[in-house]
Structure formats: C-alpha cells, structure tokens
Ligand binder design. Structure first.
Ligand SMILES: Nc1ncnc2c1ncn2[C@@H]1O[C@H](COP(=O)(O)OP(=O)(O)OP(=O)(O)O)[C@@H](O)[C@H]1O
Ligand SMILES: [Mg+2]
Length: 392
C-alpha cells in the first residue's frame, strides 16, 4: 500500500468527503493493480483463513483446479473443486497443517490429465498464523520433457550395452564354431571321434554356452527396469552392516577399515537391497585394488539437501584414461571381471535420483562419492529455517 494512503487511513476521521473519496479511489486502484498482477500470474494462488475458507483466489487457480464458477470467497477450498479426487487430495494435504513443498498430483483437467505441483505455506500476520497460502503450478510439460529425456538416455545406454553384448558374445560363439569344425573334420576323416577328444570338445562347447548364458543374464539385469521399493533407512547402519558382511574377505586381503559416520544424518529413502549391492560392488573393487592390503574407509555426511557416502581406498588408483570408461558396460581391467559392476552401481544410483563421482590418483587410491537426495520433509525443514519463511 502506498505510504501516504496508509497515513491518510490513520487520520481518516479528520478527512472531508472529497478527501475520503480520493482515498477510496486510490485504494480501489491499488486493489485493482494487485488483482491484475495476481490474475496474470502463471501460478495458481489461493489464500485461505484458518478454517480453509477462500479469501483470495486468482484466475490460474480457478483454471488449474477447475473451481466452480461464480463467487468463491468464504467457501471452503475443497468444496468448490469439481474433480472429486482432487478435492479429497487438497483437503487431506492442507489439513496436515504442515508446510508442503512441491507435492505432485494428477488431476482431471476436463480434456485429459494434468500433473500439478502444490506448495503450501502458513500465512503469517503480526507473528500469528492467519491462514494458508496455496501455490499451484502446472508441471505436465516439464514431466513429459523429463520422461522423454529419460527415454533418450535409456536408449543411448542400451545402444552401448547392446554393442558391448555383441562384442562379448563373439568370442564364445567363435570358440563353439571352431570346436564344431574340429569335430566335423575328424568325422569326415576317420568316420568317428575318439571318446577322449569328443568329450574334450563337448566340455569346451558346454563351457562357452555357460559363458553366453551369463552374458545374457548380466545384460538383462543391466537393462531391466528396477522395481525399487523405497523405504526410510539409516545409511550409517547400512555401511556398518556391509563392512561386517565382507569382514573375512577384508581380513584375508589385509585390509583395515575406518568408519566416519555423521551422527546427525537423517534417514533417507532407499531400496536397501539395491543400495547394499552398490556398496558391495564398490567395496569389492576397492579390495581388488589393494592386493598388498591397505585401508578402506567409509564416511557419511550431509551437504545442503543431499546425503554423501564416500568409499575410499588406498589402492593402485585409476589412470586418467580409464576414469572416463569405468562406468561403461563391459569395461574391465581384470582377467575374470565382467565389467558390469560399476554399470549396475550407476544404474541403481540414478534410479534413486542420486549421483556418483570419483576421484583417483594412480599409486595413491580412489574415492567414490555417492550423493543421494534428502527426503522432502527434511528439505523443507531446511528452507524453512534458512529463509525464515512466513515470519515477515
Ligand atoms: N577402487 C578402484 N581402484 C582401482 N580401479 C578400480 C576401482 N574400482 C573400479 N576400478 C576399475 O574399473 C573397472 C570396472 O569396474 P567394474 O566393477 O565395473 O568391473 P570389474 O570389477 O572389472 O568386474 P566385476 O565387477 O564384474 O567383477 C575395473 O576393472 C577397474 O579397472
Ligand atoms: Mg567390480
């Protein structure tokens, strides 16, 4: 509100008729300006009182939630939403009386389905909560773009993976071919194969078929969509459990362990089964990188709205050249490695909305850093405290 309007309102009993009319005109102008701004916003805005009755609503909110036409002021928010499911959702959410951050939901927009994102904040005046502010955003297109991007990314990794498989199956197939040719030749020559070499050829063919089979099984694991079941888990406990699990292997390889676990780390949403596999694959690589023993340390910490898990070894490290290749399917420097260990790690971490980075120095060691998102509830707490939202 304009400064002099505020002053004039305070001295209203001293104003004459003319001055009051001017004041009302100015106030009306201000209200109209605010309404124009509100109605030209891309976001839907609804302000309610403590009983969730509408005090302010803009055009976008009317359109996005398909609110009943006509006067809405003083009516309960969910009571004026056309779509029953959306009405129930909004009622449930705002009655939680908690701050909601980017809670996405589907709604019937009349001509199809839309994905909306809901934010709510308590509306504070003179340090007292007076109601709720709801902000709604249409994220349908953003979601579609993300899905397209994921599909393209999946397709690209599938192409590399398929090329890898094609390369991998070449050797066993060639070997099977050669041994069949050898058997044929013997048959054509003497008309029969002696028992010993016949058995030897068949054993080799059998082995190669087994190799082909495991290539296909590994491939399928790497490409199949994962059915991750996220549950709130303690990542410190998981790290301890994993080290306990490989205790004997660590002892056998003279590897000592260190744990630096942050006691204040919140629980995070993960699929324990898959995350165990991530740690196991990284730990196994670390052990293999320390043939003469060394130190394996796991640390956990929190950075902004993410949780970090670091696995560090004092092994022989990775050359700069290989650093860009280690997540690629079938890349291995080991005689009996499948080269899929880190591909699977990468896939699982991405599936959890996380990232993985590495730092390595030849002759000194390697550190893998996994970063996973904090659950929404923890994040909103952070913004709330940082920005002091609502206590203006
Ligand atoms: N901690 C590490 N130190 C040094 N090199 C590593 C480390 N972790 C991974 N590597 C390198 O990355 C390569 C790929 O690792 P990945 O786990 O994908 O496959 P692998 O270990 O070779 O085979 P598999 O995991 O199937 O047994 C390894 O062969 C190794 O060269
Ligand atoms: Mg490995």
């Amino acid at each position: 509100m304009r400064n002099f309007v505020q002053k004039a309102v305070k001295k209203i009993e001293k104003l004459d008729r003319e001055q009051i009319l001017t004041l009302i005109n100015l106030l009306t102008e201000d209200i109209e300006l605010l309404e124009t701004i509100l109605n030209s916003m891309d976001d839907g805005v609804i302000v309610t009182d403590m009983e969730y009755r509408i005090r302010v609503v803009n055009k976008t909110a009317r359109r996005l939630l398909r609110l009943h036409p006509g006067e809405l002021i003083e009516k309960t928010v969910w009571g004026v939403i056309t779509d029953q499911e959306t009405a129930e959702f909004i009622e449930k959410q705002i009655k939680r009386d908690d701050r909601i951050v980017e809670e996405e939901f589907y709604t019937d927009k009349g001509s199809g389905t839309a994905v909306l994102s809901l934010n709510t904040t308590p509306y504070v005046k003179n340090k007292k909560i007076e109601g709720t502010l709801l902000i709604l955003r249409d994220v349908t297109e953003k979601k579609q773009r993300e899905a397209q991007f994921r599909r393209a990314e999946n397709l690209a990794s599938l192409t590399t993976l398929a090329a890898g498989v094609a390369h991998e199956i070449k050797n066993p197939l060639a070997s099977i071919g050669i041994h069949i040719q050898l058997m044929k030749k013997e048959l054509q020559g003497s008309g029969c194969i002696d028992k010993e070499s016949g058995e030897e050829y068949l054993a080799i063919i059998d082995e190669e078929i087994e190799r082909l089979n495991s290539i296909v099984v590994d491939f399928l694991f790497a490409v199949r969509p994962m059915d991750t079941r996220l549950k709130s888990e303690n990542i410190n406990k998981l790290s301890e459990d994993m080290l306990e699990f490989v205790k004997y292997e660590l002892e056998e390889h003279n590897v000592t362990t260190e744990l630096h676990l942050s006691p204040t780390i919140p629980k995070i949403e993960i699929d324990q089964k898959y995350m165990k596999q991530v740690l196991l694959n990284i730990i196994k690589n670390a052990i293999a990188a320390m043939p003469d023993g060394g130190i394996l340390s796991i640390s956990t910490s929190r950075k902004d709205d993410r949780v970090l898990i670091q696995v560090k070894d004092t092994g022989f490290g990775i050359s700069e050249d290989n650093m860009t290749k280690i997540f690629e399917p079938y890349f291995t420097t080991k005689d009996f490695g499948s080269g899929l260990g880190l591909t699977v790690v990468y896939k699982i971490i991405r599936e959890h909305g996380g990232e993985i980075a590495l730092d390595s120095k030849e002759g000194e060691g390697t550190t893998f850093t996994i970063s996973l998102p904090l659950p929404q509830s923890e994040r909103s707490l952070l913004t709330w405290e940082e920005k002091g939202v609502g206590d203006q």
